[in-house]
Design a binder for this molecule. Structure first.
Ligand SMILES: C[S@@+](CC[C@H](N)C(=O)[O-])C[C@H]1O[C@@H](n2cnc3c(N)ncnc32)[C@H](O)[C@@H]1O
Length: 351
C-alpha cells in the first residue's frame, strides 16, 4: 500500500488517470511530470519557504547546486576536493581585475580595444551577479583570508562528522526489521546517497519543495542505482501517517524553514517510537573570530531563520546529543522516546 497520506485529512490515496485522489476527503494530488506527487500549493507556503524555493533553490544556486554549494564552502574544504572551485575563483578574480583596470583606462581617456571592451563587459556582468547574490560577492572578498585563517585554526571537534555517523548507522544496522528512512528536504539526494545511509536494509523516501532540486535528486539516485521514492512536499506538512519511519534525516535545511518548531514536530510525528532523527545544519563554533563570524553570517547562513541547532524546538520527551562537528556545522541525533504503561523504555541514546 502507498505510504503517502492526504495532507488535509491523512486519508489514503488511490490512483486516478493523471493524479491521485484521497479516499476520505476527495482531495486531489497532482503528479509533477507524471513522476513526483505534489503535496503542497505555492499559495499555502509561508513567505520564507516560498522565497527560498523561488529565489534560491529554483534559481541559480539550485540549477548549479552540485558545483555552487562546494564553491560557497571553498575556504574550508580540503584543497584537493575543491580544485575546480578554486580555478573558477581565480578566473573570476582575474576577469574582475582586468575588467576594472580596462575601465579605469577608459575613464582616463584611453581606448580599451576589443579585448579590453570584453573584459569590461565581463566585469560588469560579474559585478551585477555578485550584487544580486551577495553571498557570492562576500565569498569573493573573504575566500583567501578565510582559507589562511582556516589553515591556522585550532578547531578540533570532540566527535567528528564521520564518527557520529558511523556510530549511529552501526546501531541502526543492528535492528532486525527492514527500516524506513525519510530524507526531509532531500534536494539533490546528495546527503542521502553519501554518509552510509544506503548500507542499511531499508526502504527510502525523500521530499523537497523544489522541482529543480528534486529532478537532480532523481537522476543522482538513478546514477547511483538507489531506489528512492520522491515527492514534492513541505517539511512543515509531511504527507505521511504517524509513526511510519524508523529514521528521519534533515541535512542543510532545518535552519531555513519558516516554522522550525512545526517542521521538527512533523518529523517527530512521522517517526516511530524509538526512532532516530538526524539534523545537520549551520552553527558557528564557540570562540570563532570576526572573520569567521562574517563568513558564517554573510556566506553560509544569510537565508537562515535561525543560526544554531534548534534544541528549544525538540519535542518534549525526546532525547538528543548535539555535536559541533565542523567550525560552521552541528550534527544532532534525536531519539523518540518509547513510553509503555507510563514507563519510559528508551530515554537515552545509549540504548
Ligand atoms: C541546502 S539544500 C540541502 C539539500 C540536501 N539535503 C543536501 O544535503 O544536499 C536545502 C533544501 O531544502 C529544501 N527546502 C527548503 N525549504 C523547504 C520546506 N519548507 N520543505 C521542504 N523542503 C524545503 C530546498 O528546496 C533545498 O533542496
Amino acid at each position: 500500500m502507498r505510504p503517502y497520506r492526504c495532507t488535509n485529512c491523512r486519508g489514503s490515496l488511490s490512483s486516478e488517470e493523471t493524479s491521485w485522489r484521497c479516499d476520505d476527503c476527495g482531495g486531489q494530488v497532482s503528479l509533477y511530470k507524471e513522476r513526483f506527487p505534489v503535496f503542497y500549493s505555492l499559495a499555502s507556503l509561508a513567505t520564507q519557504d516560498a522565497s527560498l524555493k523561488e529565489n534560491l533553490y529554483d534559481g541559480m544556486l539550485g540549477r548549479f547546486y552540485s558545483f555552487l554549494m562546494p564553491f560557497l564552502s571553498l575556504p574550508v574544504r580540503p584543497f584537493a576536493r575543491s580544485v575546480g572551485q578554486w580555478l573558477l575563483y581565480v578566473i573570476v578574480m582575474l576577469l574582475l581585475a582586468t575588467g576594472y583596470t580596462s575601465g579605469i583606462q577608459v575613464i582616463a581617456g584611453g581606448s580599451p580595444g576589443v579585448p579590453g571592451t570584453l573584459f569590461i563587459l565581463a566585469a560588469i556582468i560579474l559585478t551585477v551577479l555578485a550584487i544580486r547574490n551577495p553571498m557570492f560577492g562576500w565569498l569573493l572578498v573573504l575566500a583567501v583570508p578565510l582559507k589562511l585563517n582556516h589553515l591556522l585554526s585550532n578547531f578540533r571537534p570532540e566527535n567528528t562528522f564521520i564518527d557520529v555517523h558511523q556510530r549511529t548507522i552501526e546501531k541502526l544496522a543492528a535492528i532486525d526489521h527492514k527500516l524506513k528512512v525519510l530524507d526531509v528536504s532531500t534536494g539533490t539526494c546528495n546527503s542521502l546517497l553519501r554518509h552510509g545511509w544506503l548500507s542499511l536494509n531499508a526502504e527510502y523516501f525523500g521530499i523537497d519543495l523544489s522541482e529543480t532540486m528534486l529532478e537532480q535528486g532523481s537522476s543522482n539516485c538513478a546514477d547511483a542505482g538507489a531506489s528512492v521514492s520522491l515527492a514534492l512536499a513541505d517539511a512543515c506538512d509531511l504527507p505521511f501517517e504517524d509513526a511510519y519511519f524508523d529514521i528521519v534525516l534533515n541535512y542543510g535545511a532545518i535552519n531555513g524553514y519558516s516554522d522550525v518548531r512545526g517542521a521538527l514536530s512533523e518529523m517527530y510525528r512521522v517517526l516511530k517510537p524509538g526512532g532516530t532523527i538526524v539534523l545537520y545544519d549551520e552553527q558557528l563554533y564557540q570562540g570563532a573570530n570576526l572573520l569567521e563570524n562574517l563568513y558564517f553570517r554573510k556566506v553560509l547562513s544569510p537565508h537562515d531563520v535561525i543560526s544554531e541547532c534548534p534544541v528549544d524546538s525538540i519535542p518534549e520527551g525526546a532525547t538528543y546529543e548535539l555535536h559541533q562537528v565542523y567550525p560552521y556545522y552541528f550534527l544532532c541525533i534525536i531519539k523518540k522516546t518509547i513510553v509503555s504503561n507510563n514507563e519510559i523504555l528508551v530515554n537515552d541514546l545509549g540504548d
